[in-house]
Design a protein around this ligand. Structure first.
Ligand SMILES: *Cc1c(COP(=O)(O)O)cnc(C)c1O
Length: 575
């Protein structure tokens, strides 16, 4: 705390040093971790939140005379991703060092008090902490992790024999490229259950990411498909649609979202369709005012609102979206496309990049550069517009989602764990153009193929293309539309003639393209042509939009919570 004595003696900086240091730990959630200092702060923060939570529960929530052997009957800590996994050795430390339990008794309790939700399929997103850093900051925790690992690897040997390769692969301690603690493995070993966040994701965890663990403990693995809260993302965000739904179905649907099924019959009612379409149009006008008030461009009347709103990441493939925009623009300008045949669209992006993610920032630059050129070009005036409001966040999402016509869910198959933006948009009557990835698979299964624009490779097809050797330049050679789009970016057309600006981005696409945007490009453009044709039939489009709302009740977070209760916590809800 503030040191009055030091302050009085004139050392003003030193007098607040301790307090500033302490406050830095929780000042910014998830500090940037591309530097060693950032990494250290991040681990300090993770430990701070977790230790405070566990101490609060044990010291303040539990009665003084609570028998800790019964802790699993009283609480389960759901590890939401790897960020709180340091809680496992922390609970062991509290039970063994502070509460003086025997190791085996403490471990039996700890294993029942944790479960782990994995949220990713990208290996680089699975956290590891270097043994150096962890041992320096939290030496006792490292000691506890080593003992957990020793006991665990003994169990592996008992089950599978002395298979040293398997032992190395399953060890909580990784050796390459440096000695480190694999937090996802620690969570998997410690947790009573491990779940993915969509059917496909949970399957890929069992088959690939955590395969050996799934072989050892098949019953440990389960799925809970994510959900979104209908109170915020429908009732609060879309009051006009909510009023229409309440008029049709009566009150109470926000806590029993499967009741939206009752709207199915109304999809064929011309009067209802007209009112539904009027709500969408009014939501677009409201969004346009919100954008103008933020100093952004307003929306054009009569445009399809085509939205891609999500964190900026290469696996989500905002570049694929840009290639579609550039290709359409180039097609109109070169005469390859008949301008009268092209549906007028506003492309709306919402995305932030992580502060340390350089390629994501280049993509943001490209989207803005393309937007400026396209929006200013008289030849496509009234046809194409790109809007990229600053500071995309939940508040803005609540305005965009009710206004959206088309929901872009275009990640490479096998990379998006679930997605929840896809659910919010379907629930508000946007049609999805999407790959067979994450919860898109389940959305398509529920809304039906006629009301969803599927494109791109499936996850097994992606694997097969990698295995045979992926050469993105081949796809560039094969599709003229793709060649023209990439050439236009490379020519400097969006960078005032400077060819160097987007060169790193273009060569990354042509010679690496980790997320196979080029391989899926042709299929994506074909699907966008189907979108244009479908949108030209407004009656049919609105019918599909209503069916999207009617059939998305499954994606309520209430259903997800019930799944956690039934499959993982084995608890009953409080009525
Ligand atoms: C829902 C939401 C997300 C998640 O979007 P995805 O498309 O699932 O990645 C991200 N940011 C904000 C502000 C959201 O509301």
């Amino acid at each position: 705390a503030f040191d009055l004595h030091t302050f009085n003696s004139g050392d003003y900086v030193e007098s607040v040093r301790a307090q500033t240091f302490a406050e830095n730990i929780s000042k910014v959630l998830y500090p940037e971790d591309s530097t060693p200092q950032g990494k250290e702060l991040r681990l300090q923060q993770q430990y701070f939140f977790v230790a405070a939570s566990i101490a609060d529960f044990i010291e303040n929530v539990l009665p003084d005379d609570f028998d800790l052997e019964k802790l699993p009957e009283r609480v389960i800590f759901q590890l939401n991703d790897t960020h709180p996994v340091i809680g496992v050795p922390e609970l062991m430390r509290v039970l063994v060092d502070e509460k003086k339990l025997e190791w085996d008794a403490a471990w039996a309790i700890t294993q029942k008090c944790f479960a782990y939700t994995c949220h990713t399929l990208l290996p680089e997103a699975l956290e590891v902490w270097s043994v150096d850093l962890l041992g320096r900051l939290l030496p006792r925790h490292l000691e506890i992790i080593y003992r957990i690992n020793d006991d665990f690897l003994l169990e592996v040997r008992e089950r599978f024999g002395d298979d040293e390769m398997l032992i190395r692969n399953m060890s909580i301690i990784g050796e390459h490229p440096f000695r480190s603690v694999r937090m996802a493995y620690l969570a998997t070993v410690a947790g009573s259950k491990v779940n993915g966040v969509a059917e496909l994701h949970s399957q890929l965890l069992r088959d690939n990411v955590l395969k050996d663990f799934a072989t050892m403990w098949p019953d440990k693995f389960t799925n809970v498909t994510n959900g979104v809260t209908p109170r915020r993302f429908l009732r609060l965000a879309n009051p006009d649609l909510s009023a229409l739904i309440t008029e049709a179905l009566g009150a109470g649907w926000t806590v029993d979202l499967e009741r939206l099924r009752g709207l199915e019959a109304l999809a064929d009612d011309a009067d209802f369709r007209e009112r539904f379409a009027a709500v969408k149009a009014s939501n677009k006008r409201r969004l346009s005012s919100v954008l103008e008030a933020r100093g952004e461009q307003p929306l054009d009347d009569g445009h399809m609102l085509d939205v891609m709103i999500k964190r900026l990441h290469e696996y989500k493939r905002q570049t694929l979206k840009v290639l579609h925009i550039v290709s359409t623009y180039e097609g109109i300008v070169s005469g390859r496309l008949d301008v009268d045949e092209v549906q007028a669209r506003t492309f709306l992006f919402g995305a932030k990049a992580a502060p340390g993610y350089g390629m994501a920032k280049r993509i943001i630059h490209l989207i803005n550069a393309v937007g400026e050129v396209v929006s200013a070009d008289e030849r496509v005036k009234g046809k194409l517009k790109v809007v990229y409001p600053a500071n995309y966040n939940v508040t803005l999402a609540e305005r965009i989602i009710p206004a959206a016509d088309l929901s872009e869910q275009i990640s490479l198959a096998g990379k998006e764990a679930s997605g929840t933006g896809n659910m919010k948009l379907a629930l508000n009557g946007a049609l999805t153009i999407g790959t067979d990835d994450g919860a898109n698979v389940e959305i398509r299964g529920l809304v039906g193929d006629d009301n969803f624009f599927l494109f791109g490779m499936s996850e097994p097809e992606v694997e097969a293309l990698w295995a045979e050797g992926y050469r993105p330049a081949d796809f560039y050679q094969e599709d003229e539309r793709l060649r023209s789009a990439i050439d236009l970016i490379a020519s400097g057309a969006f960078s005032g003639g400077d060819r160097t600006v987007f060169e790193p981005l273009v060569s990354n696409l042509l010679y690496e393209d980790r997320f196979m945007a080029l391989a899926d490009f042709s299929s994506y453009l074909d699907a966008q042509e189907r979108v244009d044709a479908a949108y030209a039939d407004q009656d049919g489009w609105v019918r599909s939009a209503i069916l999207n709302v009617a059939r998305s009740g499954y994606f309520s977070s209430d259903r997800a919570m019930r799944d956690y209760l039934d499959r993982i916590w084995h608890a009953t809800p409080v009525s």
